[in-house]
Design a protein around this ligand. Structure first.
Ligand code: ZN
Length: 444
Protein backbone atom coordinates (compact mmCIF):
# COMPACT_ATOMS: atom_id res chain seq x y z
CA UNK A 1 0.00 0.00 0.00
CA UNK A 2 1.20 3.46 -0.86
CA UNK A 3 1.61 5.27 2.45
CA UNK A 4 0.17 8.62 1.52
CA UNK A 5 -2.10 10.68 3.72
CA UNK A 6 -5.30 9.08 2.42
CA UNK A 7 -4.04 5.55 3.02
CA UNK A 8 -2.68 6.38 6.47
CA UNK A 9 -6.13 7.73 7.39
CA UNK A 10 -7.61 4.44 6.18
CA UNK A 11 -5.05 2.38 8.13
CA UNK A 12 -5.79 4.25 11.33
CA UNK A 13 -9.53 3.88 10.82
CA UNK A 14 -9.19 0.13 10.21
CA UNK A 15 -6.88 -0.34 13.18
CA UNK A 16 -9.37 1.37 15.46
CA UNK A 17 -12.46 -0.36 14.10
CA UNK A 18 -12.64 -3.20 16.68
CA UNK A 19 -12.59 -0.67 19.54
CA UNK A 20 -15.30 1.38 17.98
CA UNK A 21 -18.00 -1.25 17.83
CA UNK A 22 -20.94 0.89 18.91
CA UNK A 23 -20.44 3.98 16.85
CA UNK A 24 -21.29 2.60 13.45
CA UNK A 25 -24.57 1.51 11.98
CA UNK A 26 -23.13 0.32 8.72
CA UNK A 27 -23.02 -3.31 9.66
CA UNK A 28 -23.68 -4.70 6.21
CA UNK A 29 -20.35 -3.84 4.77
CA UNK A 30 -18.15 -4.99 7.60
CA UNK A 31 -15.87 -7.93 7.16
CA UNK A 32 -16.60 -10.94 9.27
CA UNK A 33 -14.84 -14.13 10.04
CA UNK A 34 -16.51 -16.32 7.46
CA UNK A 35 -15.77 -14.17 4.50
CA UNK A 36 -12.30 -13.39 5.67
CA UNK A 37 -10.09 -12.69 2.77
CA UNK A 38 -6.50 -11.86 3.38
CA UNK A 39 -4.95 -12.63 0.05
CA UNK A 40 -1.84 -10.51 -0.02
CA UNK A 41 -2.37 -9.13 -3.51
CA UNK A 42 -4.58 -6.40 -2.10
CA UNK A 43 -1.90 -3.75 -2.44
CA UNK A 44 -1.83 -4.03 -6.21
CA UNK A 45 -4.22 -2.22 -8.54
CA UNK A 46 -7.79 -3.52 -8.85
CA UNK A 47 -9.32 -5.00 -11.99
CA UNK A 48 -9.58 -2.58 -14.86
CA UNK A 49 -11.47 -3.10 -18.10
CA UNK A 50 -10.45 0.17 -19.68
CA UNK A 51 -8.12 0.40 -22.64
CA UNK A 52 -5.74 2.53 -20.54
CA UNK A 53 -5.05 -0.60 -18.46
CA UNK A 54 -3.62 -2.29 -21.56
CA UNK A 55 0.14 -2.32 -22.16
CA UNK A 56 1.10 0.67 -24.30
CA UNK A 57 2.71 -1.48 -27.01
CA UNK A 58 -0.25 -3.86 -27.20
CA UNK A 59 -2.90 -1.13 -26.99
CA UNK A 60 -2.68 0.09 -30.64
CA UNK A 61 -3.03 -3.50 -31.88
CA UNK A 62 -6.13 -4.04 -29.76
CA UNK A 63 -7.56 -0.75 -30.97
CA UNK A 64 -6.96 -1.69 -34.62
CA UNK A 65 -8.68 -5.06 -34.16
CA UNK A 66 -11.62 -3.39 -32.42
CA UNK A 67 -11.83 -0.91 -35.31
CA UNK A 68 -11.96 -3.73 -37.87
CA UNK A 69 -14.69 -5.50 -35.88
CA UNK A 70 -16.69 -2.27 -35.78
CA UNK A 71 -16.27 -2.03 -39.54
CA UNK A 72 -17.97 -5.43 -39.79
CA UNK A 73 -20.96 -4.17 -37.80
CA UNK A 74 -19.98 -5.53 -34.39
CA UNK A 75 -19.82 -3.51 -31.17
CA UNK A 76 -16.65 -4.79 -29.48
CA UNK A 77 -15.98 -3.98 -25.83
CA UNK A 78 -13.28 -5.04 -23.42
CA UNK A 79 -14.76 -7.84 -21.33
CA UNK A 80 -11.59 -7.99 -19.31
CA UNK A 81 -8.12 -6.53 -19.52
CA UNK A 82 -6.02 -5.97 -16.42
CA UNK A 83 -6.89 -8.38 -13.62
CA UNK A 84 -5.77 -7.97 -10.03
CA UNK A 85 -3.83 -10.94 -8.65
CA UNK A 86 -6.76 -11.72 -6.36
CA UNK A 87 -9.29 -11.75 -9.15
CA UNK A 88 -6.98 -13.95 -11.22
CA UNK A 89 -6.73 -16.41 -8.31
CA UNK A 90 -10.54 -16.45 -8.11
CA UNK A 91 -10.78 -17.21 -11.82
CA UNK A 92 -8.20 -20.01 -11.48
CA UNK A 93 -10.05 -21.44 -8.47
CA UNK A 94 -13.36 -21.38 -10.30
CA UNK A 95 -11.80 -22.99 -13.37
CA UNK A 96 -12.43 -19.95 -15.61
CA UNK A 97 -8.74 -19.47 -16.24
CA UNK A 98 -6.56 -22.39 -17.28
CA UNK A 99 -3.39 -20.42 -16.61
CA UNK A 100 -2.01 -21.56 -13.30
CA UNK A 101 0.33 -18.63 -12.75
CA UNK A 102 -0.77 -15.43 -11.07
CA UNK A 103 1.41 -13.12 -13.14
CA UNK A 104 0.24 -14.04 -16.61
CA UNK A 105 -0.77 -11.76 -19.45
CA UNK A 106 -3.81 -10.34 -17.67
CA UNK A 107 -2.11 -9.68 -14.32
CA UNK A 108 0.59 -7.54 -15.83
CA UNK A 109 2.21 -4.27 -14.83
CA UNK A 110 4.90 -2.25 -16.55
CA UNK A 111 8.20 -1.88 -14.75
CA UNK A 112 6.93 1.29 -13.08
CA UNK A 113 3.95 -0.52 -11.56
CA UNK A 114 1.31 0.81 -13.97
CA UNK A 115 -1.40 -1.55 -15.18
CA UNK A 116 -0.24 -3.05 -18.46
CA UNK A 117 -2.45 -5.96 -19.53
CA UNK A 118 -0.83 -7.93 -22.33
CA UNK A 119 -4.04 -9.84 -22.96
CA UNK A 120 -7.62 -8.68 -23.32
CA UNK A 121 -10.95 -10.40 -23.66
CA UNK A 122 -13.08 -8.86 -26.37
CA UNK A 123 -16.81 -9.51 -26.43
CA UNK A 124 -19.70 -8.07 -28.38
CA UNK A 125 -21.71 -5.60 -26.32
CA UNK A 126 -24.82 -7.30 -24.98
CA UNK A 127 -23.69 -10.81 -25.99
CA UNK A 128 -20.66 -11.33 -23.76
CA UNK A 129 -19.56 -14.93 -23.37
CA UNK A 130 -23.03 -16.36 -23.92
CA UNK A 131 -23.56 -19.50 -25.96
CA UNK A 132 -25.53 -17.65 -28.58
CA UNK A 133 -25.08 -17.34 -32.30
CA UNK A 134 -24.51 -13.59 -31.94
CA UNK A 135 -21.67 -14.09 -29.45
CA UNK A 136 -20.07 -16.83 -31.53
CA UNK A 137 -20.32 -14.89 -34.79
CA UNK A 138 -18.36 -12.18 -33.02
CA UNK A 139 -15.73 -14.66 -31.76
CA UNK A 140 -15.43 -16.16 -35.23
CA UNK A 141 -14.80 -12.71 -36.71
CA UNK A 142 -12.28 -11.93 -33.97
CA UNK A 143 -10.48 -15.19 -34.82
CA UNK A 144 -10.39 -14.43 -38.53
CA UNK A 145 -8.85 -11.01 -37.92
CA UNK A 146 -6.36 -12.31 -35.32
CA UNK A 147 -5.26 -15.16 -37.58
CA UNK A 148 -4.96 -12.93 -40.65
CA UNK A 149 -1.55 -12.11 -42.15
CA UNK A 150 -1.80 -8.61 -40.70
CA UNK A 151 -2.05 -9.79 -37.09
CA UNK A 152 -0.94 -13.42 -36.86
CA UNK A 153 2.61 -12.48 -35.79
CA UNK A 154 1.35 -9.91 -33.28
CA UNK A 155 -1.48 -11.62 -31.45
CA UNK A 156 -2.45 -15.06 -30.33
CA UNK A 157 -6.19 -15.84 -30.31
CA UNK A 158 -7.50 -18.03 -27.46
CA UNK A 159 -9.96 -19.56 -29.91
CA UNK A 160 -7.03 -21.40 -31.53
CA UNK A 161 -6.52 -23.42 -28.37
CA UNK A 162 -7.91 -26.98 -28.49
CA UNK A 163 -10.32 -26.20 -31.31
CA UNK A 164 -13.50 -28.21 -31.46
CA UNK A 165 -16.58 -28.32 -33.61
CA UNK A 166 -19.39 -26.58 -31.80
CA UNK A 167 -22.98 -26.04 -32.91
CA UNK A 168 -24.59 -22.91 -31.59
CA UNK A 169 -28.01 -21.73 -32.71
CA UNK A 170 -27.95 -24.20 -35.60
CA UNK A 171 -24.61 -22.95 -36.95
CA UNK A 172 -21.35 -24.88 -36.80
CA UNK A 173 -18.22 -23.21 -35.43
CA UNK A 174 -14.66 -24.52 -35.14
CA UNK A 175 -13.49 -22.74 -32.06
CA UNK A 176 -11.19 -23.30 -29.05
CA UNK A 177 -11.87 -22.82 -25.37
CA UNK A 178 -11.04 -19.14 -24.90
CA UNK A 179 -12.51 -17.39 -27.97
CA UNK A 180 -12.78 -13.89 -26.45
CA UNK A 181 -9.11 -13.78 -25.51
CA UNK A 182 -6.24 -12.28 -27.48
CA UNK A 183 -2.74 -11.85 -26.13
CA UNK A 184 0.45 -10.26 -27.35
CA UNK A 185 3.04 -12.33 -29.19
CA UNK A 186 5.84 -9.83 -28.70
CA UNK A 187 6.44 -10.69 -25.03
CA UNK A 188 6.51 -14.24 -23.66
CA UNK A 189 4.51 -15.10 -20.57
CA UNK A 190 7.66 -15.42 -18.47
CA UNK A 191 9.02 -12.11 -19.77
CA UNK A 192 5.69 -10.53 -18.89
CA UNK A 193 5.90 -11.99 -15.39
CA UNK A 194 9.44 -10.63 -14.96
CA UNK A 195 8.37 -7.11 -15.97
CA UNK A 196 5.37 -7.35 -13.64
CA UNK A 197 7.59 -8.37 -10.73
CA UNK A 198 9.73 -5.29 -11.38
CA UNK A 199 6.54 -3.22 -11.32
CA UNK A 200 5.53 -4.77 -8.01
CA UNK A 201 8.94 -3.94 -6.55
CA UNK A 202 8.63 -0.41 -7.86
CA UNK A 203 5.22 -0.01 -6.18
CA UNK A 204 6.69 -1.29 -2.93
CA UNK A 205 9.54 1.16 -3.11
CA UNK A 206 7.04 3.98 -3.64
CA UNK A 207 5.60 3.03 -0.23
CA UNK A 208 8.62 4.78 1.26
CA UNK A 209 6.79 7.98 0.59
CA UNK A 210 5.51 7.74 4.16
CA UNK A 211 8.84 9.10 5.35
CA UNK A 212 8.01 12.35 3.71
CA UNK A 213 5.02 12.84 5.99
CA UNK A 214 5.99 14.77 9.06
CA UNK A 215 5.51 13.49 12.57
CA UNK A 216 3.23 16.42 13.35
CA UNK A 217 0.90 15.52 10.50
CA UNK A 218 0.67 11.88 11.56
CA UNK A 219 -0.01 12.91 15.18
CA UNK A 220 -2.78 15.20 13.98
CA UNK A 221 -4.26 12.43 11.85
CA UNK A 222 -4.36 10.04 14.81
CA UNK A 223 -5.92 12.67 17.10
CA UNK A 224 -8.55 13.39 14.49
CA UNK A 225 -9.32 9.69 14.05
CA UNK A 226 -9.62 9.11 17.78
CA UNK A 227 -12.04 11.95 18.44
CA UNK A 228 -15.29 10.27 17.41
CA UNK A 229 -14.35 7.21 19.48
CA UNK A 230 -14.01 9.30 22.61
CA UNK A 231 -17.50 10.62 21.93
CA UNK A 232 -18.90 7.11 21.36
CA UNK A 233 -17.39 5.90 24.63
CA UNK A 234 -19.01 8.71 26.56
CA UNK A 235 -22.36 7.94 24.92
CA UNK A 236 -22.04 4.28 25.81
CA UNK A 237 -21.20 5.11 29.42
CA UNK A 238 -24.28 7.34 29.63
CA UNK A 239 -26.49 4.62 28.21
CA UNK A 240 -25.21 2.17 30.79
CA UNK A 241 -25.89 4.54 33.66
CA UNK A 242 -29.47 4.94 32.52
CA UNK A 243 -30.52 1.33 32.13
CA UNK A 244 -29.04 -1.91 31.22
CA UNK A 245 -31.21 -4.34 29.26
CA UNK A 246 -33.44 -6.57 31.35
CA UNK A 247 -35.58 -8.91 29.25
CA UNK A 248 -35.89 -12.43 27.86
CA UNK A 249 -32.98 -12.03 25.43
CA UNK A 250 -30.52 -12.38 28.28
CA UNK A 251 -30.17 -15.24 30.73
CA UNK A 252 -28.07 -15.04 33.86
CA UNK A 253 -26.08 -18.15 34.68
CA UNK A 254 -23.47 -18.38 37.40
CA UNK A 255 -23.11 -14.61 37.49
CA UNK A 256 -22.57 -14.38 33.74
CA UNK A 257 -24.91 -13.07 31.09
CA UNK A 258 -25.83 -15.21 28.10
CA UNK A 259 -27.83 -14.48 24.99
CA UNK A 260 -30.81 -16.85 25.06
CA UNK A 261 -30.29 -20.34 26.41
CA UNK A 262 -26.85 -20.60 28.07
CA UNK A 263 -26.36 -24.00 26.41
CA UNK A 264 -27.39 -23.35 22.81
CA UNK A 265 -27.91 -19.60 22.53
CA UNK A 266 -30.10 -18.61 19.59
CA UNK A 267 -29.49 -21.85 17.69
CA UNK A 268 -32.40 -24.29 17.36
CA UNK A 269 -32.26 -26.72 20.30
CA UNK A 270 -30.59 -29.96 19.27
CA UNK A 271 -29.14 -28.52 16.05
CA UNK A 272 -25.47 -28.59 17.03
CA UNK A 273 -25.88 -31.87 18.87
CA UNK A 274 -27.14 -33.49 15.68
CA UNK A 275 -24.37 -31.77 13.72
CA UNK A 276 -21.75 -33.27 16.02
CA UNK A 277 -23.13 -36.78 15.86
CA UNK A 278 -23.52 -36.70 12.07
CA UNK A 279 -20.01 -35.31 11.61
CA UNK A 280 -18.66 -38.01 13.90
CA UNK A 281 -20.42 -40.73 11.91
CA UNK A 282 -19.31 -39.30 8.57
CA UNK A 283 -15.64 -39.10 9.51
CA UNK A 284 -15.68 -42.62 10.91
CA UNK A 285 -17.32 -43.89 7.73
CA UNK A 286 -14.87 -42.34 5.27
CA UNK A 287 -11.76 -42.49 7.48
CA UNK A 288 -12.26 -45.38 9.93
CA UNK A 289 -8.53 -45.91 10.61
CA UNK A 290 -8.32 -42.45 12.22
CA UNK A 291 -10.38 -43.61 15.21
CA UNK A 292 -12.22 -40.27 15.45
CA UNK A 293 -14.32 -39.27 18.43
CA UNK A 294 -16.05 -35.91 18.63
CA UNK A 295 -16.97 -34.01 21.76
CA UNK A 296 -18.59 -30.68 22.46
CA UNK A 297 -16.00 -28.00 23.14
CA UNK A 298 -18.67 -25.31 23.30
CA UNK A 299 -21.46 -23.62 21.43
CA UNK A 300 -22.05 -20.56 23.59
CA UNK A 301 -19.79 -18.06 25.24
CA UNK A 302 -20.95 -15.50 27.78
CA UNK A 303 -21.70 -12.03 26.44
CA UNK A 304 -18.81 -10.23 28.07
CA UNK A 305 -16.31 -12.74 26.68
CA UNK A 306 -17.99 -12.80 23.29
CA UNK A 307 -18.08 -9.03 23.00
CA UNK A 308 -14.44 -8.62 23.85
CA UNK A 309 -11.61 -10.07 21.84
CA UNK A 310 -9.53 -9.29 24.93
CA UNK A 311 -6.23 -9.47 23.15
CA UNK A 312 -6.86 -13.13 22.45
CA UNK A 313 -6.04 -13.46 18.78
CA UNK A 314 -8.02 -16.68 18.54
CA UNK A 315 -11.22 -14.82 19.36
CA UNK A 316 -13.00 -12.18 17.41
CA UNK A 317 -14.92 -9.35 18.94
CA UNK A 318 -18.58 -10.16 18.35
CA UNK A 319 -17.95 -13.89 18.18
CA UNK A 320 -20.83 -15.98 16.87
CA UNK A 321 -20.41 -18.09 20.00
CA UNK A 322 -22.04 -15.29 21.97
CA UNK A 323 -25.27 -16.13 20.15
CA UNK A 324 -24.76 -19.90 19.96
CA UNK A 325 -24.33 -19.62 16.21
CA UNK A 326 -21.03 -21.50 16.22
CA UNK A 327 -19.78 -24.84 17.43
CA UNK A 328 -16.30 -25.73 18.67
CA UNK A 329 -15.44 -29.41 18.86
CA UNK A 330 -12.92 -31.67 20.50
CA UNK A 331 -11.39 -34.04 17.98
CA UNK A 332 -9.97 -37.02 19.78
CA UNK A 333 -8.33 -39.62 17.54
CA UNK A 334 -6.56 -42.95 17.94
CA UNK A 335 -3.94 -41.75 15.49
CA UNK A 336 -2.99 -38.44 17.14
CA UNK A 337 -4.28 -38.99 20.66
CA UNK A 338 -6.54 -37.08 23.00
CA UNK A 339 -7.48 -33.56 21.89
CA UNK A 340 -6.42 -31.34 24.76
CA UNK A 341 -5.74 -27.92 23.25
CA UNK A 342 -6.57 -26.29 19.96
CA UNK A 343 -3.17 -24.61 19.94
CA UNK A 344 -1.27 -27.89 20.12
CA UNK A 345 -3.64 -30.28 18.40
CA UNK A 346 -5.01 -28.23 15.49
CA UNK A 347 -1.66 -27.95 13.68
CA UNK A 348 -1.27 -31.75 13.69
CA UNK A 349 -4.82 -32.47 12.55
CA UNK A 350 -4.77 -29.71 9.93
CA UNK A 351 -1.99 -31.54 8.07
CA UNK A 352 -4.05 -34.70 7.69
CA UNK A 353 -5.50 -34.28 4.21
CA UNK A 354 -7.76 -37.27 4.60
CA UNK A 355 -9.38 -35.78 7.70
CA UNK A 356 -9.59 -32.36 6.04
CA UNK A 357 -11.25 -33.90 2.99
CA UNK A 358 -13.67 -35.81 5.22
CA UNK A 359 -14.78 -32.57 6.89
CA UNK A 360 -15.05 -30.86 3.50
CA UNK A 361 -17.20 -33.64 2.05
CA UNK A 362 -19.40 -33.58 5.16
CA UNK A 363 -20.06 -29.86 4.74
CA UNK A 364 -20.86 -30.44 1.07
CA UNK A 365 -23.82 -32.64 2.02
CA UNK A 366 -27.19 -31.04 1.38
CA UNK A 367 -27.99 -30.57 5.08
CA UNK A 368 -25.01 -28.28 5.62
CA UNK A 369 -23.90 -26.96 2.26
CA UNK A 370 -24.14 -23.15 2.29
CA UNK A 371 -25.45 -23.23 5.85
CA UNK A 372 -22.55 -24.21 8.08
CA UNK A 373 -19.03 -22.98 7.39
CA UNK A 374 -15.80 -24.30 8.77
CA UNK A 375 -13.06 -22.33 10.55
CA UNK A 376 -10.59 -24.49 8.63
CA UNK A 377 -11.33 -22.37 5.55
CA UNK A 378 -10.46 -19.05 7.23
CA UNK A 379 -7.45 -17.38 5.60
CA UNK A 380 -8.02 -19.36 2.42
CA UNK A 381 -9.65 -16.43 0.67
CA UNK A 382 -12.73 -18.61 0.16
CA UNK A 383 -15.65 -19.50 2.36
CA UNK A 384 -15.00 -23.21 1.91
CA UNK A 385 -12.00 -25.35 1.12
CA UNK A 386 -11.97 -27.81 -1.77
CA UNK A 387 -10.83 -31.39 -1.40
CA UNK A 388 -7.06 -31.58 -1.64
CA UNK A 389 -6.55 -28.18 -0.02
CA UNK A 390 -5.10 -27.82 3.49
CA UNK A 391 -6.01 -25.10 6.01
CA UNK A 392 -3.51 -22.35 6.63
CA UNK A 393 -2.93 -19.58 9.20
CA UNK A 394 -6.28 -18.76 10.89
CA UNK A 395 -7.67 -21.87 9.24
CA UNK A 396 -5.35 -23.95 11.43
CA UNK A 397 -6.13 -21.90 14.53
CA UNK A 398 -9.89 -22.30 13.92
CA UNK A 399 -9.78 -25.93 12.73
CA UNK A 400 -12.14 -26.90 15.59
CA UNK A 401 -14.71 -24.22 14.78
CA UNK A 402 -17.92 -24.35 12.71
CA UNK A 403 -20.46 -21.58 12.29
CA UNK A 404 -23.66 -20.52 10.59
CA UNK A 405 -23.48 -18.35 7.48
CA UNK A 406 -23.73 -14.61 8.10
CA UNK A 407 -26.70 -14.31 5.78
CA UNK A 408 -28.71 -16.81 7.83
CA UNK A 409 -28.08 -15.14 11.20
CA UNK A 410 -31.20 -12.92 11.07
CA UNK A 411 -33.39 -16.09 10.97
CA UNK A 412 -32.29 -17.03 14.47
CA UNK A 413 -33.28 -13.66 15.86
CA UNK A 414 -36.75 -13.29 14.30
CA UNK A 415 -38.49 -14.73 17.35
CA UNK A 416 -36.93 -11.92 19.42
CA UNK A 417 -37.90 -9.24 16.95
CA UNK A 418 -39.79 -7.21 19.58
CA UNK A 419 -36.97 -7.42 22.11
CA UNK A 420 -34.45 -6.29 19.49
CA UNK A 421 -36.73 -3.37 18.65
CA UNK A 422 -36.34 -2.17 22.25
CA UNK A 423 -32.64 -1.91 21.54
CA UNK A 424 -33.24 -0.14 18.26
CA UNK A 425 -32.23 -3.19 16.22
CA UNK A 426 -33.86 -5.40 13.61
CA UNK A 427 -33.06 -9.07 12.97
CA UNK A 428 -32.13 -8.21 9.39
CA UNK A 429 -29.27 -6.03 10.61
CA UNK A 430 -27.50 -8.91 12.30
CA UNK A 431 -25.46 -10.20 9.41
CA UNK A 432 -21.89 -9.79 10.64
CA UNK A 433 -19.76 -10.41 13.69
CA UNK A 434 -19.48 -6.65 14.03
CA UNK A 435 -23.27 -6.37 14.31
CA UNK A 436 -23.23 -9.17 16.88
CA UNK A 437 -20.58 -7.32 18.90
CA UNK A 438 -22.78 -4.24 18.79
CA UNK A 439 -25.76 -6.26 20.10
CA UNK A 440 -23.68 -7.88 22.87
CA UNK A 441 -22.49 -4.47 24.05
CA UNK A 442 -26.06 -3.21 24.21
CA UNK A 443 -27.06 -6.18 26.36
CA UNK A 444 -24.19 -5.95 28.81
ZN1 ZN B 1 -15.20 -21.32 17.75
Amino acid sequence: MLLNEENIRKLIREALEPIDSSSSQTTQSSKSSDDSDDYSGDDLPDDDKSISAVDKNFRPIVEKIMGLLKGQGFDPILGSAYRSPKSQQDKIDKGYSKTKTIYGYHVALDDQGNKAARAVDLVNRGDGWSSTKAAFDFFEALGKISNSDQFKDKVEWGGNWKQKKKTVGGKEYFIGWDPAHIQTKSVSMSQSAEITKKGVASLKSQGKEAESISETVIRALIREALNPIGRAKKLRAKRKEKSSYDGPLVTDSNGKKYLGDPGVGMSPPGYWQEFRSKLNAHINKVYPELGFKIDNLGVTRDLAAAADAGGNTARVSGSKHGAGLAQDIYMHTKKYGEYTSYKNDNPKLAKDQKLVDAIISFLETSSYSGKVFWGGAFSSGKRSLKKGQLPKDRGILEFHHFEFANKDMPNYFTKYKDELAKLGLKPGQITSTKALGNLYNKLL
